[in-house]
Design a protein around this ligand. Sequence first.
Ligand SMILES: *Cc1c(COP(=O)(O)O)cnc(C)c1O
Length: 491
Amino acid sequence: MTESFHPPMGERLAALRTNDLPVHGGRTLAYVYDSGLAEVDRVAREAVAAFSGTNGLDPTAFPSLLRMENDLVAFAAGLVDGPDTVVGSITSGGTESVLLAVQSARDARPDVEHPAMVLPDTAHAAFHKAAHYFGVEAVSVPVGADFRADVAATSAALDRLGDRAVLLVASAPSYAHGVIDPVTDLAALASSRGLRCHVDACIGGWVLPYAARLGRAAAPWTFAVDGVTSISMDLHKYAYAPKGTSVLLHRTPALRRAQYFASADWPGYTMLNSTMQSTRSGGPLAGAWAAVQSIGDGGYLDLAREVFEAVDAIAAGIADIPGLHVVARPDSTLIALGTDESCDPFTICDEMSARDWYVQPQMSFAGRPATIHLSVSAATRPHVPEFLTALAEATAVARAAGPVVVDAAIADFVAALDPAQLDDAEFDGLLAAAGLLGADADPDEGELALPTRMAEVNALLDLAAPRLREAVLIAFLDRLQRPQPSRGTDP
Ligand SMILES: *Cc1c(COP(=O)(O)O)cnc(C)c1O
């Protein structure tokens, strides 16, 4: 023990969180999903703590974990019309569920030398990560004018790939626009070719079934649709569980088989894993189980009623804000907002931050302008009037300022940059020019002074081609993630 004085650990941890986004209160409309049920949160938090030392590596050593996993899979399967044959696994999050869906599709087809998957270009970036990790080519098909997968173009893409295709992907709903793909038609394309069809319901899986029960019409996307072979649905989104859990369901055990990994090629225990992690804390699983058991079916129905009241009220309110519109009628709890030429989304995001609301900027993509993303939570409902007031003010300020203009010379410079040709010093220069490397920060010390206003930075990044934007942001993260030697032992 050191002699130096420290305030109690609780205070130190609280101090570290000063600049974090709030996870409760309904004012953070991305990253966090808040039921507003303090008691559920407490019970779930205690479950995480109680099971934090247990190890999911071997479910026979911790039968409690196996029991909770099977309970959660059964609950999830019930929501999405799982047949009697359905099986599933709890993973660490949506990305892991997606990675495993792609990996198992690939490994179920060892005969295919250069495997490929077809996805609408609105599919989550996790599929591109899977492509990168597993060497499965991602063939992205532009969506239609309604932001939903284009069935004819998808069919043509599958025809071009022929035997190389191992997977077809659909979203329910897509993150960026909040609409459900035409799963019935897509799954039929897949099954007629003997292909797997994964429905990414990471964000919709726990809320859309309740929307249907509330009488909200939406296109079918569950296992009730012939040809759907797997579904991902996150517990840490609209099941309102603590972070660190998602469900990956397969229609049959045979479809899951390739997801499993065993190795006897070493002198230790025979490794046997259903997911990517091996040793893994039982904490998140227990937290999710406790949240789902506490909220229950009736509770989720009530939460869905609340969240959709909020979604409808927000969408209606936006219609009255000059300069702003809803990009696509939301099928679920996500709303994408667009602006007219009087203002830009990035300034509105900054103005919302200044009013203690977090809304998420989405860059322009495939010729479509930048937007603002809202993931609406049940806890936002009582605050919708304040939210709409803040949004109207923020938009009015943004309109008065006019859209952020990037200097034409800088725009040309950025457009001509090839990230493959840039060295570290040039990235430092770019980060400094973009305002991401503070003027008085010492890059050798890994110091970054983030501007409070991001609109100019975002407008610049928005001009960058996708590969350059990726490279700049990787350079940025690399500079952020540098230890401060002096702080390791005595922060
Ligand atoms: C959130 C999300 C994912 C990825 O989930 P993580 O939990 O962030 O890893 C995948 N697909 C969709 C549609 C999502 O909304």
